[in-house]
Design a protein around this ligand. Sequence first.
Ligand code: GLA
Length: 384
Amino acid sequence: MKEQLVSAFVERFDARPTVVTRAPGRLEILGNHTDYNEGVVLSVAVDRAAFVAAGAVPGGTCCIRDIMDGSERTFSLDSLDSPTSGDWANYVKGVVVELQKRGIEIPAFEAVFGSTVPMSAGMSSSAALEISVAYALGELAGADLPWQEWAKVGQGAENNYVGAKTGLLDQFSSIKGKAGQLVFSDFRTLEVENVPIPEGTALVVANSMVKHTLTNEYNDRRESCEDAVASLKPRMPDITALRDVSRADLERHREALDPVSYQRALHVVGENERVMAGISALEDNKLAAFGDLMFDSQNSSTQHFENSCDELDTLVAIGKTLPGAIGARLSGGGFGGITVHLVEADKAEPYSEALADVYSKQTGLESEAMICQPADGANTLFKA
Ligand code: GLA
């Protein structure tokens, strides 16, 4: 991809790029919608990434080209205040705005990008784009920020520019991934640790081919979580987020909660518990127990958080019946997109083929299933 990008850059701009960056997509393994509730998540950066090649140019006009479909956007550095609904360039412009907010002077630039992360599927194609753009522009500007701040630049582009009130999971995973390792993130302390992925396992990802539009449903779920905290606060004055709430607290104060907010909170509280239980299971090498936590997570999404859908439920149900299955669940925001399956490594090929095959027979939809490897986090591949 790097060579492909460099030639595309040379062909389009008649110059060589001065920087090439890469940022991977991610899979969420356990801990759904916990990040913006100051909770915990186990995720993994994968061997599919967005790549950016860029160079600074004089003046104030920027040009960026998507080498996958040849579309191109030109914009001025001093008129970035209006996002265009549904446009990929929002992620680029949003990053520029966030960097400018932090006092970083971004030069005008020419850039090309490409990505091997499936778009809008739940593998964080947008975070991969944001972080690869942020790193590239950061290199052009000579900016140096703590890693958490790079993540917040990406999140800021989504929250403030695109209007999706997402947490920091996608950016944390894209930045802190490590080959062969999971990423355990704590969204209260904003610290991460890498946890080895169990030996002899593989990650299979299946695309339901149902696309999600995250913004409305996602923001609605987030509001329910905030509503639950607001309703509990008079009875539990010390809490600031669902992170501070246990299952027993929820039951004790159930009548104070709106029934829908209670269900949403139950999912988040349960997910935090499952992440911690998952880490213990991994430490004790209890793979089946870890897999069951993934299945429990899916059930909770279906029943309590209502961010699954028939297609995702079907993929998980099929996965459960296949040889080599350990655990499976939806990954990311939900409402379509992908499921992630933890599978015995030597069965991963036939598992992924059977999964796609049975899914298309049952639903009439062509699914794509692929095996993903845990990969290193975002980096600069080249700097002149
Ligand atoms: C999306 C968001 C993340 C996170 C997940 C759900 O991927 O971008 O911040 O909230 O959904 O866990």
